[in-house]
Design a protein around this ligand. Structure first.
Ligand code: ZN
Length: 241
């Protein structure tokens, strides 16, 4: 599994789109290509020279900075008619797998994990092949943080983080929808001064991009929203926005 990060609106909302490719078949999907002006120049040369065979657009949730580029993407001849796989409220969505079901990208198995709260249509995409595991968490789980509860409750976020995502293998690499680590860790150190939190703080200080550098196992140690059972009687969830 080859994953290429495509930063969007750097210095603004600091979003990430991701290109995920199965090296054997060259089949690929693009996750949350919300700003085609920044995504298409990355994809087009790889489509033209046969490096990738793009089979679908995949969305983590309906917000404009994740799914708001679908219509524009589909207007390019290279992407015309491609399926849009995502939650029910995503722009131009064609396919919404049931919770726990999924699809294949070549040899990569993809599974939809419903994680309603940030939006009710939030889906984390767990991907696995013989080379490793990854989960694309949109605005549900960030390194050292979690998304705001725009359409859900603290109980739903607790289920998403500490039941659904926590059940994934510890070596699953986490690919969030934004680069928020630095801000998240500021809050984390106010709650916990543990070694893993300090390590995350040092990493975020030294690296502009942190996506995919930490696993579900790491999040269980440095993400204060995933330590609620061990460290806090009152979960430190932010109040809903
Ligand atoms: Zn969002």
């Amino acid at each position: 599994m080859h994953i290429q990060s495509i930063p969007m609106w750097v210095g603004g909302s600091n979003n990430y789109a991701y290109l995920v490719m199965d090296e054997g078949s060259r089949e690929a999907v693009v996750v949350d290509p919300a700003n085609p002006e920044e995504v298409v120049p990355v994809l087009k040369p790889q489509l033209l020279d046969g490096t990738i065979n793009l089979t679908a657009i995949v969305n983590t949730h309906h917000h404009w900075d994740h799914a708001g580029g679908n219509e524009k993407m589909l207007a390019y001849p290279e992407f015309e008619g491609k399926p849009v796989i995502g939650g029910k409220d995503c722009e131009r969505v064609t396919t919404t797998p049931k919770n726990g079901e999924g699809f294949k990208i070549g040899d990569i198995s993809v599974k939809a994990l419903y994680t309603p709260c940030h939006t009710q249509d939030s889906i984390c995409w767990f991907m696995e092949d013989s080379t490793g595991r990854a989960v694309f968490t949109g605005d549900t789980l960030f390194h050292g943080g979690c998304g705001r509860f725009f359409e859900g409750t603290a109980e739903e976020m607790h289920t998403a983080l500490n039941k659904t995502l926590a059940a994934l293998p510890d070596d699953t690499k986490v690919y969030p929808g934004h680069e928020y680590t630095k801000a998240n860790v500021k809050f984390a150190v106010s709650v916990s001064q543990s070694e893993p939190v300090k390590k995350l703080e040092a990493f975020a200080e030294a690296n502009k991009e942190t996506q995919g550098k930490f696993t579900i196992g790491d999040e269980k140690k440095h993400n204060v929203f995933m330590m609620v059972d061990v460290c806090c009687s009152d979960p430190p969830f932010p109040s809903s926005a």
